[in-house]
Ligand binder design. Sequence first.
Ligand SMILES: [Zn+2]
Length: 109
Amino acid sequence: MTSARQRPISITSSDRDVLDSYKRLYEESTGESTDWGAFLGTIALMGLAAAGVYHLVRATRRSRQTVNVECGECGATFLMAVPTGTGRAVYTTCPECNAELVVDLGTLR
Ligand SMILES: [Zn+2]
């Protein structure tokens, strides 16, 4: 599969240093070693949740590849698949009320 050609994002070298230090801190803190895409995707989701754009919810382990998620909006509990390789934070919507949720899987590891 071919995807759109990647283009560099222009950032200043001081921004670059700050982002590098955040990524290092994240990896030291979580024990994960991620590439830039996975890191930025995770951090963007967590950041949007922290900013109140999405509800941040936690998951509880149901089986190896599924978790129970409790909706922060309506309180419904639903099952979500987490295939191997899923990152720390996942975007999903509540099947009951369609609230946009960010599920934090970090507590399961
Ligand atoms: Zn809901």
